[in-house]
Design a protein around this ligand. Structure first.
Ligand SMILES: NC(=O)C1=CN([C@@H]2O[C@H](COP(=O)(O)OP(=O)(O)OC[C@H]3O[C@@H](n4cnc5c(N)ncnc54)[C@H](OP(=O)(O)O)[C@@H]3O)[C@@H](O)[C@H]2O)C=CC1
Ligand SMILES: O=C(O)C1=N[C@H](C(=O)O)C[C@H](O)C1
Length: 267
């Protein structure tokens, strides 16, 4: 049995993760955290989450919840994920990270932690999006910069980071296919007299509204033709099940950094 701790269990994804862990016979929930002032603190999950039968008590101290875990599944916020990574490295727990909006400094911190433990990080844990990244890389490689690449995403009104982690995965895949660095080619947030599009740029556009779970397109716009690769997520359980599959996979891996393409064997 794999002992799983869920950080941020009260969040949109945290609640889905609690359900997905309960549905997987290989896993057992051994810990759950929320922020100190949250009303769930000190209460059993079964008493706060309608379809849960878990006796795990929601705690505010990540260090305690992580100490008992084989794997920690973490869909929270960048600052929290940094702290959780340190604690996982100290405790030797594998760390499955879905949190997006991490900056270069956060990513360097994760690389340091991955010397001591296994980290699986993905901006999107669905099979479909990870397949889409592979296709995007291949199409970018085949077409060259006669085709302009634009990544378009739409999410619910509560999302706090842009572009989405998935959009950045798709941008990275396109840049890799073209043999360039995304940071040199990235173009976001056009507004006003922007001038003509730079040849070879990889553009990002982020839409926000309503309860959209997650929609992404990688558009290759040429002269007289346009190729569009896309993915629509309509249920967050998709990401939660993917993260639980990653947790099961992570338990048997050596320390290091991995992604969902590794878990799914798509590379
Ligand atoms: N990789 C993937 O497949 C997916 C990634 N995501 C990403 O996951 C993250 C969370 O998304 P979502 O669930 O929608 O957001 P929510 O805001 O609903 O959930 C985040 C939760 O984390 C809690 N939290 C923040 N800091 C801490 C901490 N230090 N300790 C414990 N809990 C903490 C928040 O508490 P409080 O509410 O009290 O502030 C909140 O409950 C985002 O970065 C999102 O982009 C989302 C879906 C799929
Ligand atoms: O915040 C979300 O909701 C989602 N975040 C991830 C992202 O940033 O790409 C994955 C998914 O699209 C939902």
């Amino acid at each position: 049995m794999i002992g799983v701790t869920i950080t941020g269990v009260s969040g949109r994804m945290g609640q889905m993760l609690a359900r997905a862990v309960a549905q997987d016979a290989r896993c057992e929930l051994v810990g759950a955290t929320a922020l100190p002032d949250h009303e769930w603190i000190g209460r059993r999950l079964r008493d706060v989450l309608p379809d849960s039968a878990s006796d795990v008590v929601v705690g505010a101290e990540a260090v305690d919840a992580i100490a008992n875990a084989d794997v920690v599944i973490d869909f929270t916020a960048p600052e929290a994920t940094r702290e959780h990574a340190t604690l996982c490295a100290q405790a030797g727990a594998a760390h499955v990270i879905g949190t997006t909006g991490l900056d270069a400094d956060d990513l360097e911190h994760l690389t340091r932690c991955a010397v001591h433990t296994t980290i699986v990080r993905a901006g999107n844990f669905s099979l479909g999006v990870n397949l889409l990244t592979v296709l995007t890389r291949k199409v970018a490689e085949a077409l060259g910069d006669d085709f302009d690449i634009e990544i378009v995403e739409m999410h619910h009104r509560h999302k706090v980071d842009a572009p989405s982690g998935t959009a950045l995965m798709l941008g990275e895949a396109a840049a890799e296919g073209r043999g360039v660095a995304l940071d040199d080619m990235r173009e976001s947030g056009r507004d006003g007299m922007t001038g003509e599009r730079q040849r070879g740029a990889i553009g990002f556009a982020a839409l926000r509204g309503g309860d959209v779970v997650g929609e992404h397109q990688a558009i290759f716009a040429g002269t007289g033709e346009r190729i569009t690769l896309g993915h629509i997520a309509s249920d967050r359980m998709l990401f939660a099940r993917g993260a639980v599959a990653a947790a099961v996979w992570a338990r048997d891996q050596a320390a290091g950094e991995y992604d969902m393409v590794d878990v799914l064997g798509l590379s």
